[in-house]
Design a protein around this ligand. Structure first.
Ligand code: PLP
Length: 392
């Protein structure tokens, strides 16, 4: 996709940070913004907005094979994570307590931060050199969990936002079940790229985000296998979302999220084609820099993501060079871009404390134009590197 918002045409290769808004999502948002009212009001305007929220809820549930009753709409995946990652839960009228949160060292910051758990109650589990969760180490850690203080709660990403590595969620789910715990799966980057069926080994709760699937920013969801056990709400007030998340619904954002969710099957159908384009980007990287390392190659990966390191060139330097050439790529995750630092994902994969990488993440719209601009910018960088090496 070329983006014209900044003067000349640019090549946008940062879909994992945020993807383009789908036309259907924009239309649904405009329809919602055209209605004055509050979705909780009982008058006609309120009922109209409530119907838009319900329609979106059904679409979001259908995207992951869930019951719409088990969807709690939030302002973001980050809010969903902070709501779920709490020691305090309810099961009917009884309390349910989780004593320790286990998070994957390569998770996104929204779960890695530990939610509402005190820092000394958060334990990290690792990934191997390929980026996959070390299942034996995880089973060991959970085997040592002392249930007398509470149950284990575990969070893991289904697909990594930096490398695109797809975790064996089904196996992780079995390990967590055997340990008597709950599994929260951050499916933000997986949605729309690999099929998700919540009842089919995807844990107890999913975290979703609208703007990674072509909806607007500022909408997310918690989706449960059931609602028998639920976290004590993070936001209390007017009782919206059946009391699980108070606050007047952002109907336009929710409607846009729902419209994008309805397009997910088309996106899944395009996955093989997107992977072919992604492979051509990687070919361009290796042609210009034969010593480049592409991360996560030995593991199953998302169709649209490539994360690589160019030896002797800092990721930030390369990112700036791409930007000046009119190409948007990321050096790490969007939340930390702007600050120079190593990739915690590469660190978790054992690439050293200072490891950095560049991420190209694409979508259905990415084609020859972007590929050409990317390959040209890379060859220029490679030529400059050779010139520097000769001069040195
Ligand atoms: N989880 C993953 C894997 C992500 O990549 C992101 C965003 O980059 C998030 C969670 C946070 O999503 P949101 O922007 O909706 O808070």
């Amino acid at each position: 996709m070329t983006a014209s918002g900044m003067g000349k045409q640019r090549a946008y290769l940062d879909y994992n940070a945020s993807g383009p808004l789908e036309a259907a999502a924009r239309e649904a948002m405009i329809d919602a913004l055209s209605v004055t009212g509050n979705a909780s009001s009982v008058h006609g305007e309120g009922r109209k907005l409530k119907a838009m929220v319900s329609e979106a809820r059904r679409a979001i549930a259908a995207m992951v094979g869930a019951d719409p009753q088990h969807v709690v709409l939030t302002s973001s995946a980050t809010e969903a994570a902070n709501t779920l990652l709490t020691p305090d839960w309810r099961m009917g009228r009884s309390g349910l307590r989780f004593s320790t949160l286990y998070v994957c060292a390569a998770d996104h910051a929204c779960t890695l931060a530990g939610g509402q758990f005190p820092p000394d109650r958060v334990q990290r589990f690792g990934v191997d050199a390929t980026g996959l969760v070390d299942l034996d180490a995880l089973a060991d850690a959970l085997g040592r969990h002392d249930k007398s203080e509470g149950l284990p709660l575990l969070a893991v990403h289904a697909a990594n936002n930096e490398t695109g590595v797809i975790q064996p969620v089904g196996e992780i789910s079995r390990i967590v079940k055997d340990a008597g715990g709950f599994l929260i799966v951050d499916a933000v980057q997986a949605a729309g790229r690999i099929p998700i069926a919540i009842a089919d080994g995807w844990g107890d709760f999913l975290i979703l985000s609208s703007h990674k699937i072509g909806g607007p920013q500022g909408a997310g969801a918690i989706v449960g296998v059931s609602d028998l056990a639920m976290p004590v709400p993070l936001l209390n007030g007017g009782g919206q979302e059946k009391g699980h998340r108070a606050g007047t619904e952002n109907v336009a954002a929710i409607a846009g999220f729902g419209a994008a969710a309805r397009l997910v099957d088309d996106k899944l159908a395009a996955a093989a084609k997107i992977a072919t384009v992604r492979d051509r980007f990687e070919h361009a990287v290796l042609s210009a820099f034969p010593d480049a390392e592409i991360h996560g190659l030995a593991a199953p990966r998302l169709c649209n993501t490539s994360f690589f390191s160019l030896p002797t060139m800092k990721a930030e330097t390369a990112q700036i060079a791409f930007d000046l050439a009119g190409i948007a790529v990321s050096a790490g995750s969007a939340c930390s871009s702007g600050k120079v630092g190593p990739s915690h994902v590469l660190v978790a994969m054992g690439r050293g404390d200072q490891a950095t990488g560049l991420r190209v993440s694409i979508g259905r719209e990415t084609g020859e134009e972007e590929l050409g601009a990317f390959a040209e910018a890379l060859s220029k960088m490679a030529a400059q590197r050779s010139a520097r090496q000769v001069a040195a």
